[in-house]
Design a protein around this ligand. Structure first.
Ligand SMILES: Cc1cc2nc3c(=O)[nH]c(=O)nc-3n(C[C@H](O)[C@H](O)[C@H](O)COP(=O)(O)OP(=O)(O)OC[C@H]3O[C@@H](n4cnc5c(N)ncnc54)[C@H](O)[C@@H]3O)c2cc1C
Length: 270
């Protein structure tokens, strides 16, 4: 198949990819955008997984891993993307518009899935920057609300304008009739900002260490491996710091073959 409307045309779709159409694009600020693409009927994923996506560049696909932000029942696939100046993919991806073509890997994968977690009472989703993306999928997974009593989603960014999907989260996904009733009762969204004044300020590690975050969460004064499960996605240092604190406190890291008390995904590596 020849892709007529790719900027860098005359490239065949490799057998491990499909060619999808951009459905809509939303720019949250100069450095952050999200977009929806068509979803092949055969494409399956578990909430929290990532997939390779990309564009044609110099006659070959230019691909990067991206966490899937849409719920697993959605007809489209949504992604939340940073714009890295001079980044090979994002400097071009930022200009996509409805109707453009995007390569999509045929297989989603990842370790940031609730299958890798033991049963628990509270589920903490700890994210920084675009590490929010997989949690947008997980927090709209109806199964989560039957498995856990409370879902606490903490999103840490530098500036208030970086709080993508803030309205959707603050309204407990009011426009999503499949989960909104459960989310309203069970989802607690805590945005935190590091570089300007906001109702909650500070990195997640600091919030957890000085326990200020726990004043917001009723009946909780410390993470406890007996009841709490944790998923972490975002900057490398945040993942390392939180993982070591959890390990010190008796939490074990889970995998698909051996579920544990917490799981991680390195959404980007510096
Ligand atoms: C499992 C996995 C899931 C990912 N999911 C997402 C996602 O949902 N959304 C997303 O925007 N990116 C995600 N990434 C990063 C993504 O794959 C690309 O690195 C990113 O889109 C930049 O691509 P690029 O070609 O423009 O620059 P690259 O050459 O890939 O990156 C250049 C530099 O930019 C920085 N960088 C890359 N991605 C980010 C980021 N997300 N936030 C802050 N700094 C970054 C790093 O320092 C990197 O070395 C994910 C990465 C992994 C490994």
């Amino acid at each position: 198949m020849i892709h007529a409307n790719l900027p860098d045309c005359l490239i065949k779709t490799p057998p491990n990819l499909t060619l999808e159409t951009v459905y809509s694009v939303k720019h949250w600020n100069d450095n952050l955008f999200s977009f929806k693409i068509t979803r092949p009927a055969s494409f399956r994923f578990r909430s929290g997984e990532f997939v390779m996506i990309g564009i044609a560049s110099e006659g070959a696909p230019l691909l990067r891993p991206y966490s899937i932000a849409s719920p697993s029942y959605s007809d489209e696939l949504e992604f939340l993307s940073i714009y890295v100046p001079n980044g090979p993919l994002t400097s071009r991806l930022r200009a996509i518009a409805p109707g453009d073509k995007i390569f999509l890997g045929k297989k989603a994968t990842g370790t940031l899935v609730t299958d890798a977690l033991l049963e628990g009472e509270r589920l903490f989703l700890l994210s920084s920057g675009t590490g929010l993306a997989p949690f947008l999928s997980i927090a709209r997974d109806p199964d989560i609300y039957s498995r856990f009593n409370q879902i606490i989603l903490i999103h840490c960014v530098r500036q208030i304008k970086d709080l993508a999907f803030r309205q959707n989260l603050e309204s407990s996904f009011a426009d999503d009739y499949l989960v909104r009733d459960q989310a309203l009762l069970q989802l607690l969204y805590i945005p935190t900002v590091t570089r300007e004044k906001f109702k909650t300020n500070g990195r997640i590690t600091d919030l957890l260490n000085n326990k200020s975050i726990f004043f917001t969460i009723n009946g909780l004064n410390k993470l406890n491996y007996m009841t709490d499960r944790v998923m972490i996605c975002g900057g490398k240092q945040m993942i390392i710091d939180i993982s070591s604190t959890l390990t010190r406190d008796g939490f074990t890291e889970g995998s698909n073959s051996r579920p544990g008390h917490f799981v991680i995904e390195k959404a980007f590596i510096d």
